[in-house]
Ligand binder design. Structure first.
Ligand code: ZN
Length: 308
């Protein structure tokens, strides 16, 4: 790793406009991204923050989300991050909602979500430019998505986790007996009699939807990929740096403009895998396959942005 600045690199960022940038996921990686941008002088513009975590900031977030503390427990992550970083040059627009629900296609979509299903949903926006960070154990990784059809997309190598079927979730609760019915009723805020009726008849409707959502939250939270806190901090910081470089139209690596992926694992810091490299698209990925109808539109959007 060279300590010599890239020749011609600016000594400061004056009025780099981030307008049109949106962050999906304000957890460990996303809150670090906000923190990194807050600490970078010279940035301006309006930035969207979206996080739908229904419990908001919990005790288990505090060792991995550097900006959040005890006084923020229960707060919406997006609103809390925006509030803490309010004195940055940037104007934050926080939303306590899934990014996909906002119905917008930003010019730069930054993914800091922690499940493959969420990544696939973000890929479906086919934003002109996208960045993503992910972590696993001691490894942090940041991807500049694309180019469309050749470089990896958000869905590449990330098959969405299988959803447990509605019938199976119901069967599991029935098998759990009175204790499972009571726990589900308490979690979903639905009377036990209604839970029993739903278990017998399996009707849809509002109560059924709420019960299924509760069961799914209980059954599937382990699918999020977790890493130790400092790995997430590394991923969020790399993501912040790549955000700034992307908006400055700088390549990830000066000498290898095609490189789109940077990995850092802490186990062996000097290992050769700790480097930028080219991550080609996953031949099995349907979202960026040559036959996918969205691919042409995505290419046009990306090309229109590159010309600006
Ligand atoms: Zn793909």
């Amino acid at each position: 790793m060279s300590r010599t600045p890239v020749p011609g690199a600016p000594a400061e960022l004056e009025n780099l406009d981030l307008s049109g940038t949106a962050l999906a996921g304000v957890g460990a990686v996303g809150s670090t991204w906000v923190h990194a941008l807050w600490a970078t002088p010279g940035l301006t513009g309006e930035v969207t923050l979206a996080d739908a975590d229904s419990k908001g900031i919990t005790l288990t977030n505090l060792n991995r989300c550097p900006p959040f503390g005890h006084q923020h427990l229960g707060s919406s992550k997006a609103h809390c991050a925006a509030h803490l970083a309010a004195d940055a040059g940037l104007v934050w627009h926080p939303h306590h909602a899934r990014f996909e629900r906002l119905g917008i296609t930003p010019s730069l979509l930054v993914s800091a979500v922690d499940t493959n299903r969420a990544r696939a949903e973000l890929q479906n926006r086919y934003a002109p430019r996208m960045l993503s960070a992910s972590t696993l154990d001691l490894r942090a990784e940041t991807l500049r998505v694309g180019p469309p059809g050749t470089g990896a997309c958000l869905r590449c190598y990330n098959p969405p986790e299988a959803l447990t079927g509605d019938d199976e979730l119901r069967a599991r609760t029935r098998a759990g007996g009175t204790a499972a019915v009571g726990a589900l009723a308490a979690e979903a805020g639905v009377p036990e009699t209604e839970v029993r009726r739903w278990l017998e008849r399996g009707e849809c409707g509002e109560v059924g939807t709420r019960l299924l959502e509760s069961l799914r939250r209980q059954a599937e939270p382990v699918q999020a990929r977790f890493a130790v806190g400092f790995t997430s901090a590394m991923a969020g910081t790399l993501l912040g740096a790549e955000t700034v470089k992307t908006l400055m139209q700088q390549p990830m690596r000066e000498t290898e403009p095609s490189h789109n992926n940077v990995t850092f694992q802490f186990l062996r810091p000097t290992a050769h895998v700790n480097a930028a490299s080219l991550l080609a698209r996953d031949p099995q990925c349907p979202a960026c396959a040559p036959a996918h109808p969205a691919l042409d539109a995505w290419r046009r959007r990306a090309a229109a942005h590159d010309r600006r």
